[in-house]
Design a protein. Structure first.
Length: 277
């Protein structure tokens, strides 16, 4: 089986693949101070729950936008799976032609999403990943990555409102039936959802003009489905876009995953990890 790991700013998402079929997925909080044992034991708990053994996993691929967590995560994989993980952007390339002014600045998750979306939906495309940050990524007809836009996520905005406005409470992000809120909480919720729908719509309309108006719009990320319910410009919601991208990169680069098994004792000294924190 393949273990695919997407390390985001808020969560780490793990997906188990047998061939092209996802057998299960789970997520844990991204915490830069977690040790390799903390991460490894959480993964082992899920494996035990599903009846899997570490030996069932023959390859591990990681896409990360959080460098501080990578030391503990990669050591957890080595220690508990006896495998050297393949890290996208370091050990393997996505294969996407990148027209960014400085290609190294593009978050690897955005390129992984592009791999999956291009093969699944064709081109041209606009990919909207609605998570901690909202990213817009544009793919032209040839399948090349052009660039995009980055926008603060809805949760970040609501948290800033709570922190900076003394009388405004922290609220759950849910859609309200009416635009006109009858309470402070309803007003904040209405403003958050409708405000972000308006922002999404405006950015997408501008991008569509630059892509000659016929790009398909694919939404992903934790808030993707909620936003798609109210933004008529979104054509598809694909919550597993990043996982599928990692699987496709694995399938397209089989040679990179050969001879990754660690022989002998792969345990890690506690002092070694503590020196890196």
């Amino acid at each position: 089986m393949l273990l695919a790991i997407d390390v985001g700013n808020t969560n780490m998402v793990f997906g188990l693949y047998e061939g092209q079929k996802m057998r299960g997925s789970f997520r844990i909080s991204t915490n830069a101070i977690s040790t390799s044992d903390e991460i490894g034991m959480k993964i082992m708990q899920y494996y035990h729950f599903r009846g899997y053994k570490p030996q069932d996993t023959t390859a591990v691929i990681i896409a990360s936008v959080v460098p501080p967590v990578m030391y503990s995560l990669t050591n957890a994989i080595r220690k508990y799976f006896a495998l050297n993980p393949v890290i996208v952007g370091q050990d393997v390339d996505t294969g996407v032609v990148n027209h960014y002014a400085n290609p190294r600045e593009v978050g690897v998750d955005r390129l992984v999403n592009a791999v999956s979306a291009i093969e699944k939906y064709g081109t041209p495309l606009i990919i909207v990943d609605i998570g901690t940050a909202i990213t817009f990524d544009c793919i032209d007809r040839s399948g090349a990555y052009l660039g995009g836009a980055i926008f603060p996520g809805i949760k970040i905005a609501m948290e800033a409102l709570f922190m900076k406005a003394s009388k405004l409470p922290r609220v759950d992000i849910v859609n309200t039936e009416h635009a006109i809120g009858r309470t402070t909480v309803q007003s904040m919720q209405s403003g958050a959802v409708r405000g972000y729908v308006g922002a999404l719509t405006g950015i997408l309309l501008d991008m569509q003009k630059e892509l000659d108006g016929d790009a398909r719009v694919i939404a992903t990320g934790g808030m993707g489905r909620m936003m798609a319910e109210h933004c008529g410009l979104i054509d598809e919601v694909d919550p597993n876009l990043t996982m599928e991208g990692l699987r496709r990169i694995y399938e397209n680069n089989q040679g990179v995953f050969e001879n990754r098994r660690i022989k002998g004792d792969c345990s890690i000294e506690v002092t070694e990890e503590s020196e890196m924190l």
